[in-house]
Design a protein around this ligand. Structure first.
Ligand SMILES: Cc1cc2nc3c(=O)[nH]c(=O)nc-3n(C[C@H](O)[C@H](O)[C@H](O)COP(=O)(O)O)c2cc1C
Length: 727
């Protein structure tokens, strides 16, 4: 590794070193109109192309040339000031200056100028001081990105995700290298010089992440290992003999790439499959007018593979995975999803894990999954829905409470970005506040559900700068969350339908509390229950271990037909007073904005003993596809958050301030120090950063710095001197 390369994940403004158009799309009957397709596409790796897969592959990003499956979350409008004509389906390769690490199968989160969420783009190539990304124009976000010119910058963070597993070659193991150096008996070692064979299959834009993979697989062959040795110890007889054996045993990588029409990035391919019969394929040695399946079947019959790697559109991925599993393999699949934060904190990009009662996070537990880890329709496995049904049936039969296994998947690496950030000026207490008895060293906290339990973002910055963390909403038992798609991007925000996926209160106490405490950050337990009894049981259980309890009264009360606790003053009174009796720590009640008179709800909370009010929870919202008329989310409605809800939050805080004496923890679209000051001016004492962190993983650090600088420049010694002014 070059010394210049920084370890761990970084967030940077990256210079565009070069840009090349790899593929020109045709004009779609629907998309040829001047529309802007704001895609909520976030797709890693296999950003769908229809190529290479089974027939008529559905388009997850919706900006397909066919346009028929236009993604339900897209925002339509007139394209902005693009510097050149860029069509949907076009593919560009962009080379970015990059001083960090990168690995095959990883992705980067790219900030666009005209869409809210970042776009995840897989690594397509890397070298000393740069990374290459192939971007398929799938909506107005990617369209804007590829319209930037050489010399412009792109804000980028990464590398992210679980990449491909690339085995160390047998011969490359240190032991064997040492043996080779030490021994003149090469034959003795020849058993170790095992020839390996890998199969790599890609379709459409899914061919891009296979480039660094193939390069690495080939570099790990015994052949190149030997070359290196020979350079080091020139002319030794023993190594000449080794060379012969190694050359005979060099690894083989069979690469099959499939396309709907014109191939691109096909230089690594041994087999090129082009579905469109009108495309001339005579220039290729092994080319066919088909999808990848016939070639795959032939290769599986003829060879034994040590591992198989696949990346392509969903239908292709599933078809290839099934064929490989039928032949006894467990291939590595680079999967796709709609992303929120991209780091594993928000739980919106989940997929079904085979034979478990959990959803995995595609961005952090994946995007590479072994086929057998996933639920794949048609394979010998079980869907989560089915498992939950079975579990419920068993629960009823056994009349027992099932406590689910709550082992956490933790892919955190040991490196953090804290090393890169100068925290030296952050030791003063100018941001400290007292929030209803809760002493916070900084008024900056994080909003429940947007920051997980802090581990993921701790890889970007030292979360110890925060005053508190409101953890992901907890329930008594581990909860898998909602099936299906959980996120829709909107103008300046998003709608989520996570459904409170969480590890359960016991697992939280066992595995998360100490970590947050070790950072000297207040632990705020966000509790949720379907009944007053559940709420009380949770409050009682967490009270001792945490610094404050945040009662989320937006959740539905099962005994009231699923109506949210927080919308009815009577239910609010009942639940707040019951929980208050069990909580000795500061009690925060989190209000929903989806009510007529939020001031009335606030008054009830105060009279029942709440110490703090936090607001706002998400605003109920609906996204709809103008073409299909369908909603993208599995559930009809979802919770809207991000910059779009900030005015609603400010209004709610302002309305509540004059009705109660207790302090307010403000949240809703906070994305800058200026926003924080606006919240204080409207009546908040402390604030929580939420969805905006998905756009900028370093947001808390930046706000912290800006606020401190602002206070210093204004001669204010503590932030609590800034009083509300708006009436
Ligand atoms: C993906 C996601 C998950 C959330 N999960 C919870 C939760 O579990 N409990 C809760 O009280 N609020 C939850 N919220 C609401 C946020 O804590 C916050 O109140 C809301 O998003 C407004 O702030 P923001 O616009 O800064 O995100 C969630 C929000 C998002 C975006």
């Amino acid at each position: 590794m070059s010394e210049k390369i920084k370890r761990g994940k970084i967030s940077d403004r990256c210079l565009i070193l070069s840009k090349e158009k790899l593929y020109s799309a045709g004009v779609s009957p629907i998309l040829s109109t001047p529309v802007k397709q704001g895609v909520l596409f976030p797709v890693v790796g296999s950003v769908s192309s229809h190529a290479g897969g089974s027939d008529n592959v559905s388009q997850i990003e919706g900006a397909s040339m066919e346009g028929c499956n236009a993604d339900v979350s897209e925002n339509f409008g007139v394209a902005g000031n693009l510097s050149e004509e860029v069509r949907f389906g076009d593919v560009y390769k962009i080379k970015l200056q990059w001083s960090g690490e990168a690995y095959a199968g990883c992705f980067f989160q790219l900030l666009t100028r005209n869409e809210y969420l970042r776009r995840p783009i897989s690594l397509c190539g890397m070298g000393d001081g740069y990374v290459e990304l192939a971007i398929r124009v799938a909506g107005s976000g990617t369209q804007e990105l590829v319209s930037r010119q050489v010399g412009d910058y792109i804000e980028c963070f990464g590398p992210l995700g679980r990449g491909f597993e690339i085995p160390e070659c047998g011969l490359l193991s240190n032991q064997i290298q040492n043996d080779l150096y030490a021994s003149d008996d090469v034959e003795r070692n020849s058993e170790n010089l095992k020839k390996k064979r890998y199969l790599v299959i890609g379709g459409g834009i899914g061919v891009a992440p296979l480039h660094p993979l193939v390069k690495e697989l080939k570099n790990k062959t015994v052949k190149s290992a030997y070359k290196k040795h020979r350079e080091e110890i020139n002319g030794e007889q023993v190594l000449e003999q080794a060379a012969q054996i190694m050359n005979q045993n060099a690894h083989v990588v069979d690469v099959v790439l499939g396309y709907r029409d014109t191939p691109y990035l096909e230089d690594i391919a041994d087999y090129v499959c082009v579905e469109d019969k009108n495309v001339d394929i005579s220039g290729y040695q092994n080319a066919s007018h088909s999808n990848v399946m016939p070639v795959l079947e032939k290769l599986l019959n003829e060879n034994h593979y040590d591992d198989i790697y696949v990346c392509g559109p969903k239908k292709m991925l599933d078809a290839v995975a099934l064929a490989c599993m039928d032949s006894g393999y467990n291939p590595q699949l680079l999967t796709e999803a709609y992303f929120g934060c991209g780091v594993g904190a928000c739980l919106v990009c989940t997929c079904e894990v085979n034979y478990t009662q959990k959803y995995a996070r595609v961005c952090a537990d994946g995007p590479m999954f072994r086929a057998k880890e996933l639920y794949i329709e048609g394979a010998e496995n079980k869907s989560l829905g089915r498992l939950i049904k079975e579990r419920e049936e068993k629960k009823r039969a056994d009349k027992q409470i099932v406590v689910l296994n709550s082992k956490q998947v933790n892919l955190a690496k040991n490196t953090t970005m804290a090393d890169n950030i100068d925290l030296s000026n952050e030791m003063d207490n100018s941001l400290s506040v007292n929030l209803g008895g809760l002493e916070l060293k900084s008024l900056l906290t994080t909003a429940s559900g947007t920051f997980g339990f802090g581990r993921e973002y701790n890889e970007f910055f030292d979360i110890g700068i925060l005053g508190g963390i409101s953890v992901k909403g907890l329930k008594l038992d581990e909860t898998p969350g909602n099936p299906g798609r959980r996120i829709a991007e909107i103008q300046s925000g998003m709608i989520n339908s996570v459904g409170l996926q969480n590890p359960g209160v016991e697992a939280f106490l066992r595995t998360e509390v100490d970590f947050i405490k070790s950072k000297n950050v207040a632990v705020i337990a966000n509790i949720n229950g379907g009944s007053v009894r559940d709420m009380v049981a949770m409050a009682e259980r967490v009270n001792e271990a945490v610094d404050a309890v945040e009662l989320n009264i937006s959740c539905p009360n099962v005994s009231a037909g699923g109506m949210s606790f927080g919308t009815d003053p009577k239910m609010v009174k009942e639940v707040v007073s019951a929980v208050r009796q069990k909580v000795t720590k500061p009690l925060i009640v989190k209000l929903t904005p989806n009510v007529t008179d939020i001031g009335l709800i606030a008054e009830v909370c105060e009279s029942e003993g709440a110490d703090v009010l936090s607001m706002i929870n998400t605003v109920t919202g609906l996204a709809v596809d103008p073409i299909t008329g369908k909603t993208p989310l599995a559930r009809a409605f979802g919770g809207m958050s991000g910059a779009a809800v900030k005015p609603v939050a400010l209004r709610c805080i302002n309305a509540v301030r004059s009705r109660v004496q207790i302090p307010i923890l403000g949240m809703g679209g906070i994305g800058s120090a200026r926003d924080v000051l606006e919240f204080l001016r409207c009546g908040a004492t402390a604030v929580a950063i939420g969805t905006e962190i998905f756009r900028n993983p370093l947001l808390p650090v930046e706000i912290d710095r800006e606020l401190r600088a602002f206070l210093q420049a204004s001669g204010i010694s503590n932030i609590s001197e800034i009083k509300p002014l708006v009436d």
